[in-house]
Design a protein around this ligand. Structure first.
Ligand code: BGC
Length: 763
């Protein structure tokens, strides 16, 4: 009987994917459980605490502080350390040496390897000589998961090469609030796109075997669970109010996909959903993740968020109460990050029975399991000599290619672009000669500021345009300059437009690089999504010269430019394309490369009309009237998926293998895509579905599949897109999935196909 039960459980595991927890008989599980049996309560409590490296360093001496380490590891038995040492990146050799030292102290004083985690957000972004990629929003714009996979692979390799085994990435917050300052950290507003890209990155990061992550891979920490990207105020770490149906259908989707693909750890949303801080939600943490998905991974808090349960959210009376609530909700590790005495509170709570011993042991097992999976018990300090590919040409090329595919051409009147060789360019704007604004936050430092020497080997837009078009062809006059020395990234200190206007007289074209300086998290909050008044004035005065204007948008979120957009002949949104982003832009502007990026978010036109592409038909956007039908046009600046090319593509012959289907079917669509222009180009083919009639208001359309193809001029290819019929279902207010009988319209390009579900299914 027992045998049958276990076989059934194992079969369930296989069906559910790699993430399930029924491995109690494995040697790893046996060892972990035997170890936990022998641990003292102090030791167990310590394993659940994570501290910032700042608690064990002496910043004046730029070294580890041995007495602090004696306290942290010796007295409090702390199990994990995070963050970049000394508040800024160091090269990989320096980082590895420090990591080895921390590990040796942990082993000596706790007998257990520490678990070190660092935010490697677009490449190993806290290692000064590592390969940086474009930020996730750019990778989403490529609509090509190979780039996300490559970023995952390179990030893992170069992070391991610096003796770090764990990172707080990928980020998979659906970015549904245009002003939110962390939009650039994620793969856009759509759950399907987000899931595909995040799974590709995460799989490549962790490697093939989640139980044995080898020394070329690291553990991912998927974050921030969940609805973090939908704060009603648009400000970071503020409440989201989301229907339970949307929560399950959309926000949960990328997390579920990553967990089913083997995610080893997860970080929690700092804020609250529907009035409940996610760190206090047993339903969302234990219920949805650990029980429903049978997930055996580890849940870590975000920065100081257990403290926030009493300091900010007022759902706990004091610190101890907050720790109790968090751990009982399902938290396994507390990113404290400063006070090791949190371990004492955990111990007391266990002694008092407020945290059941079974919950405490479960959390300890999850922490130790991650350490085991990373091989830290066998090889706590590995040999970092053999990482010859660190920073190699292949990795750099991969970053450059991702940047090329990510930059989005939004407008190109009278085919102003590409610019012919010999064109005299007047380059202007605060972003034209800055590496910091190309990389954004999480680049050498948290805010991406203060370390220009690290990005000095790479090209700013000014340098890249000079290299592409000739030094004598490019004149740079900034017009507006950010305050690099000050604390406020938004501040513009120098506004001197007259010299730019004067210089326009001898130029053929004006390239204005506008947008934002780098920022991260709450320091990036804004009260007005509109682009700065100075920058808009710069564009206005330049347009008045009559010279053609190209706007280059270099920004972490869609700043509103509706008043200056009509003044520009061409517009390129480069978002945050990383260290090779300017080289990519120069090659695109000259036509040496072709554009193929598409917006992974909706670019708003008005501050009071913030929409996502999957709106309800009745969400009126026009100020007068409005067509309440599926062809109603939303009044946004650029819809999700917008992206032009130097060539043209024609779609024809949209076919489906089953016009009538039910939930068990997989639908196979095919469409013929032809390059009808004169240049080679790549096209991301997107397939959307619309549920014609549903028992709850259907979204106007939803992305269900995509594929990118590269075609030479005149070439044609049949593109096949498969859609599991179940993915056309929606979640009702009852929390269940429903695929209802009735018609669906499928759209690829401007082609439409009607299909019919012949049987209602609910699960
Ligand atoms: C951020 C996380 C990050 C953590 C550790 C927090 O402030 O919200 O995204 O992983 O810090 O640095």
């Amino acid at each position: 009987m027992k045998h049958i039960a276990r076989t059934i459980a194992l079969l369930c595991c296989l069906i559910l994917g790699a993430s399930c927890a029924d491995n109690a008989e494995s040697p790893m599980e046996r060892e972990i459980r035997a170890m936990v049996k022998k641990m003292t309560l102090e030791e167990k409590a310590g394993q659940l605490v994570q501290l910032s490296i700042n608690t064990i360093t002496d910043n004046r001496r730029h070294a580890l502080d041995t007495s602090a380490m004696r306290e942290v590891f010796g007295t409090y038995r702390v199990g994990s350390i995070l963050n970049v040492p000394f508040d800024a990146a160091s090269d990989r050799a320096t980082t590895a040496a420090l990591m080895a030292e921390v590990q040796q102290w942990s082993l000596r004083l706790t007998g257990i390897p520490t678990l070190y985690g660092m935010d490697m957000i677009h490449g190993a972004s806290y290692i000064s000589d590592a390969t940086f990629f474009p930020q996730e929003v750019n990778l989403a714009a490529t609509f090509n998961p190979e780039h996300a996979a490559m970023m995952g692979q390179v990030t893992a390799y170069e992070t391991r090469a610096a003796l770090v085994p764990w990172t707080f990435s990928p980020v998979m917050d659906l970015t549904r609030e245009a002003a939110w300052p962390r939009n650039w950290e994620s793969y856009g507003e759509d759950p399907y796109l987000q899931s595909v890209m995040a799974v590709a990155e995460m799989r490549a990061m962790q490697g093939e075997d989640r139980d044995h992550v080898d020394d070329r891979h690291i553990a991912a920490c998927i974050k921030h669970y969940m609805a973090y990207g939908a704060p009603r105020s648009g400000k970071d770490r503020t409440p989201a109010y989301v229907s339970m149906a949307d929560l399950r259908e959309k926000y949960f989707a990328p997390f579920k996909a990553c967990i089913e693909a083997g995610a080893l750890s997860l970080m929690v949303n700092s804020a609250s959903v529907n009035g409940v801080p996610v760190h206090a939600s047993k339903t969302l943490l234990t219920g949805w993740l650990k029980e429903e998905l049978n997930w055996d991974g580890m849940i870590v808090t975000d920065w100081a968020d257990v403290n926030n349960l009493y300091e900010r959210e007022h759902v706990a009376a004091d610190r101890k109460d907050a720790v109790c609530i968090g751990i009982n909700a399902g938290i396994d590790m507390i990113m404290e990050p400063y006070d090791a005495k949190t371990a004492v509170l955990i111990k007391e709570l266990a002694e008092e029975g407020r945290i059941p011993m079974s919950r405490l042991d479960d959390a300890v097992i999850r922490v130790l399991r991650l350490k085991y999976r990373l091989g830290l018990f066998d090889t706590p300090v590995w040999n970092v000599d053999g990482y010859d590919r660190f920073g190699c040409e292949e990795f750099r090329q991969a970053s450059y290619r991702a940047a090329v595919e990510s930059e989005v051409l939004l407008k190109n009147e009278h085919a102003l672009l590409p610019l012919a060789s010999g064109t005299r360019i007047l380059l202007t704007g605060p972003n034209a000669n800055s590496m910091r604004s190309l990389n954004g936050g999480w680049s050498y430092t948290w805010q991406g500021s203060g370390r220009p020497e690290y990005s000095a080997p790479y090209h700013t837009i000014y340098q890249a345009l000079q290299a592409e078009f000739g030094t004598d062809r490019v004149t740079f006059v900034p017009g507006v300059v950010y305050d690099e020395g000050g604390q406020r990234w938004q501040q513009e200190v120098q506004v001197d437009i007259a010299p730019v206007v004067a210089a326009a007289a001898s130029a053929d074209v004006i390239v204005a690089c506008i947008g934002e300086n780098s920022y991260c998290e709450t320091p990036g909050n804004i009260n007005d999504l509109t682009l700065s008044a100075n920058q808009r004035e710069l564009v206005r005065q330049l347009a008045a010269t009559g010279k053609p204007v190209v706007l280059v948008l270099n920004e972490g979120r869609a700043r509103i430019i509706s008043d200056i957009e009509p003044l520009a002949d061409a517009i390129v949104d480069i978002m945050l394309p990383g260290n090779y982003g300017a080289d990519a832009l120069a090659a695109l502007l000259s036509g040496r490369e072709n554009f193929s990026g598409r917006l992974p978010f909706t670019y708003p036109r008005y501050v009071n009309s913030i929409h996502t592409y999957d709106f309800k038909v009745s969400e009126m956007s026009a100020t007068m009237g409005g067509e309440y039908n599926y062809d109603a046009v939303m009044d946004v600046q650029w819809p999700f998926g917008t992206g032009l090319s130097y060539t043209t593509f024609a779609y024809s012959d949209l076919q489906v293998d089953k016009e009538v289907f039910s939930a068990e079917d997989t639908l196979r669509f095919s469409v013929q895509v032809t390059n009808t222009g004169t240049k080679a180009g790549a096209e991301a083919v997107l397939l959307f579905s619309s549920d014609e009639v549903a028992s709850v208001i259907p979204d106007v359309k939803r992305l269900r599949a995509f594929r990118k193809v590269t075609l030479q001029p005149g070439a044609s290819e049949e593109v096949v897109l498969t859609v599991p019929a179940r993915s056309l279902a929606f979640v009702g207010e009852d929390g269940a999935w429903h695929l209802e009988e009735g018609d669906f319209s499928i759209g690829v390009g401007s082609l439409r196909r009607r299909i019919r579900c012949n049987r209602t299914s609910t699960w």
